[in-house]
Write a new protein. Structure first.
Length: 355
């Protein structure tokens, strides 16, 4: 029996979550239908655009994403502190970008006087909306409902577009976060859709490399091999004025290998780029099993064996159930949020946490 998402997602325990959703039956997100010959490639752009728009409204950051032919992956970070800092007017303005028909909220934004009853109603609505603006469940609801309606209109049909509720995995520590982001970013290479990171369309790694390359080109500086410059691009530093600025970019890399009080991803982007390039080359169909003896810096710092890492890059989604991290933390999370302590993935967890 499936569990409620409010049980499986606990932002106080960890803000990081891997979520997956798949289309029902033969519905397409992208690619070409072999039966009809119709291309659905444009729908992958729908997903990315909608995710970016919702991330701007919700207090939820996007660490990684990959949109495949009939499913997509997201690695999200819930920003509870940002949600708590929202003022009532900000909460109302954000929520009304998603849902309409709240007369008392419209009246408040217009500056009209509210009765005592209306004020009480508005206060309760604001409290409820503020909580929802940091909810992965509401984020996913707004994402999936909008895409389903748009796809059904295009297909001139009715009915379910997604096969069910989204699946989620709690990422309890930096090893789990790193392995999951790598698994998500390498989806197209693992599926033999491309043989390069730059060619991995509709993935966060392609977007990050594109931003990096654009910054390097505008500055006319060869920064791809310059660690300081690479990291500056992904630690919230302002891009050149001629670069387009997204409403809310992907979550930046902070640099320290610790989740404690980290506003961003706890790695240097240069180290992440080195590791994903190394991993991707080994995953290529024409390079299977070929692992360079010179391990990337991140693997050495975390003490992860090369073979364990490669298995994680291939099988992360299937290695674990609803939670990934250090084994004792996984058991504690399971005991707190479900009826039992049994977890899937003990051997894999111990391989990623050798110390």
């Amino acid at each position: 029996m499936t569990s409620a998402r409010r049980i499986l997602i606990d932002a106080e325990t960890t803000p990081y979550y891997h979520v997956i959703n798949r289309c029902v039956r033969r519905a397409f997100l992208c690619g070409e239908d072999a039966v009809t010959g119709q291309s659905y490639e444009h729908r992958r752009g729908w997903i990315v655009d909608r995710v970016k728009a919702l991330s701007t409204i919700f207090c939820i950051d996007v660490c990684a994403y990959a949109v495949m032919n009939n499913h997509y992956h997201l690695v999200l970070k819930i920003d509870l502190d940002a949600a708590k800092r929202l003022k009532p007017k900000e909460v109302i303005t954000r929520w009304l970008q998603l849902f309409h028909g709240q007369q008392v909220a419209d009246k408040y934004l217009k500056g009209d006087a509210l009765s005592e009853g209306e004020t009480s109603l508005l206060d309760s609505l604001v409290a409820k909306w503020q909580e929802r603006l940091s909810s992965v469940s509401w984020f996913m609801r707004c994402l999936n409902e909008g895409i389903a309606r748009k796809a059904n209109r295009e297909d001139n049909c009715k009915g379910a577009f997604w096969e069910g509720r989204f699946k989620s995995q709690a990422l309890l520590d930096e090893q789990a976060l790193l392995a999951c982001m790598m698994y998500v970013d390498l989806n197209p290479i693992r599926a033999a859709m491309t043989d390069s990171l730059q060619g991995s369309d509709f993935t966060s790694i392609q977007e990050r490399i594109s931003v990096l390359s654009s910054a390097a080109h505008s500055q006319q500086t060869p920064i791809l091999n310059n660690r300081a410059s690479v990291d500056q691009t992904f630690t919230g530093a302002a891009l050149p004025s001629n670069e387009p600025i997204l409403p809310k970019p992907l979550l930046h890399f902070d640099g320290a290998i610790s989740l404690e009080k980290q506003p961003g991803i706890p790695f240097h982007f240069s180290d992440y780029l080195e590791l994903i390039d190394w991993t991707g080359r080994a995953l290529r169909p024409d390079k299977r099993g070929a692992i360079d003896e010179n391990r990337p810096k991140l693997l050495s710092e975390l003490g992860i064996a090369s073979d364990a890492w490669m298995l994680s890059a291939k099988e992360f989604r299937r290695q674990y159930g609803g939670v990934s991290g250090r084994w004792d933390a996984m058991c504690a999370f399971k005991a707190k949020h479900s009826s039992g302590k049994w977890c899937k993935g003990k051997a894999q967890s111990e391989a990623l946490h050798p110390n």
